[in-house]
Design a protein around this ligand. Structure first.
Ligand code: SF4
Ligand code: SF4
Length: 441
């Protein structure tokens, strides 16, 4: 048998409808098999806290092998995984088609699905209901009250003991000026399809843009407008399902899929490029839903029409259909590429686009920042999340940047928090906002 695979990694569909998927004995057997391979390899030791947890368990066991670790302790490893996919994508030589068939994140997902069926905390159910939470928190007056309480030390202490949301985690504000109720309709431009990307765009705005940072969505529309690309905002949307997926709640993912996919498949069929401004949501449509529904034509059509916004802009530039009339240099930008952008296998499109702006020096940090969706918000994981992020905070601060940017707005908030006083002058800005600023629009 060859040591490590030379072929491009492939991924097996998720067999989530098969009752065997949820059989604890079978999953523990597979966990034991894969943990044994990982113990002999240990390449991923510095990626997250899941691997150090595993290796510590092995090293402390009587046999110093996986067979000496109690099966109930396997679940401690599962708890530390937040499904960033980095071990699969960047380290593991044993992923399929290698016969050892190691897909560590999807094995963790299977274990999480079992945990979910056994019952989870109210806090986890609440935090992963981004759409319902957003709808409630974005009601006028409620939004102001929630935002004020989120900044109040006493209220946060109560929130930590009642719900397990760490009191020191800086939380994003909610807005009552939701993106989907306040966007400017597209002027009517002729559709100019390029060789590499369609000439009209449908926006899946995401819960985060709709309820927390609508400015990012308006910036995206301004960029399309400036480049004379006609757009629509999809008529109806629910959460993409990623927060429920990360929790192992695959039935909820299915319910959300039933809402989103028919609407998105319709615009895909009409020839729109679908743009989703949050990398985790883009990844959900590009990778995870197609693996859950490998034979569903609509899901695959959505996958094929789905673009990261910067992937789309770079393709338009390649087609000679993107304006380059930049007016404002950006100076020094510390840019973090999030795991869920890297996993999309598209290259560093945001960096490429920002580097095309004259008077802009981009320093790129390609490492997990450790927040990952709702994981780094939880009281029991907050410290680990800040620990994992420490090298990123340091590297982002090093160039003494004018701007701190990440495609993932949640990671950006976490990074800015971790940089602390080291980078007083650095302004947090989403790459879409920076591109808009560079155009002077
Ligand atoms: S998916 Fe990410 S968090 Fe999970 S084990 Fe792999 S590297 Fe760690
Ligand atoms: S996931 Fe792969 S690369 Fe990482 S420790 Fe396990 S076997 Fe090694």
């Amino acid at each position: 048998m060859r040591e490590g695979s030379l072929e491009a990694p492939t991924r097996h569909p998720l067999d989530w409808r098969n009752p065997e998927f949820y059989e604890q004995a079978k999953v523990e057997q597979e966990l034991g098999r894969v943990f044994d391979i990982c113990h002999g390899c240990r390449r991923c030791v510095n990626l997250c806290t899941a691997f150090p947890t595993l290796f510590d368990l092995v090293d402390a066991s009587s046999t110093m092998e996986v067979d000496g670790v109690a099966k109930q302790d396997y679940w401690k490893v599962v708890d530390q995984c937040y499904l960033c996919d980095m071990c699969y994508m960047t380290k593991c030589p044993y992923v399929p088609p290698h016969p050892w068939n190691v897909d560590f994140p999807h094995l963790m997902l299977r274990a999480k699905a079992i945990k979910f069926r056994k019952g989870i905390k109210f806090r986890d159910r609440l935090l992963s209901s981004t759409d319902a939470l957003g709808k409630l928190a974005a009601i006028p007056v409620v939004a102001q009250t929630v935002n004020a309480l989120n900044k109040n030390g006493l209220a946060r202490t109560v929130l930590q003991s009642a719900l397990g949301v760490h009191k020191d985690r800086e939380l994003p504000p909610y807005t009552s000026n939701k993106f989907r109720s306040n966007f400017e309709p597209s002027p009517s431009f002729p559709v100019k399809d390029g060789k590499n990307a369609p000439g009209k765009v449908a926006i899946f705005s995401t819960c985060y843009v709709n309820y927390n940072e609508p400015g990012m969505g308006h910036d995206l529309l301004a960029l399309l407008d400036h480049n004379e690309i006609p757009y629509v905002v999809v008529e109806k949307e629910a959460c993409c399902g990623m927060p429920k997926f990360e929790l192992g709640d695959l039935e909820a993912v299915d319910r959300l899929k039933q809402i989103n996919i028919p609407v998105l498949a319709r615009v895909a069929k009409e020839g729109y490029a679908i743009l989703t401004p949050v990398p985790s949501c883009t990844l959900m449509f590009k990778q995870e839903l197609p693996l859950m529904y490998p034979d569903d034509a609509q899901t695959l059509a959505v996958r094929d029409a789905m673009f990261d916004p910067f992937e789309y802009f770079v393709l338009r530039r390649k087609d000679g259909l993107l304006k380059t009339d930049f007016k404002t240099p950006l100076g020094k930008v510390s840019y973090h590429i999030p795991c869920h952008s890297r996993v999309q296998n598209m290259g560093q499109k945001t960096r490429e686009m920002l580097e095309a702006i004259p008077g802009t020096a981009v320093s790129t940090v390609e490492r997990c920042a450790g927040h990952d969706g709702t994981w780094g918000v939880k009281a029991e994981y907050f410290a680990n999340s800040m620990k994992i992020g420490r090298p990123v905070f340091r590297q982002m601060a090093e160039p003494q940047p004018d701007y701190v940017a990440s495609d993932c707005p949640i990671a950006a908030r976490h990074i800015r928090q971790g940089m602390g006083d080291e980078a007083q002058a650095a302004e947090k800005a989403h790459p879409l906002s920076l591109l808009r600023k560079a155009y002077g629009i």
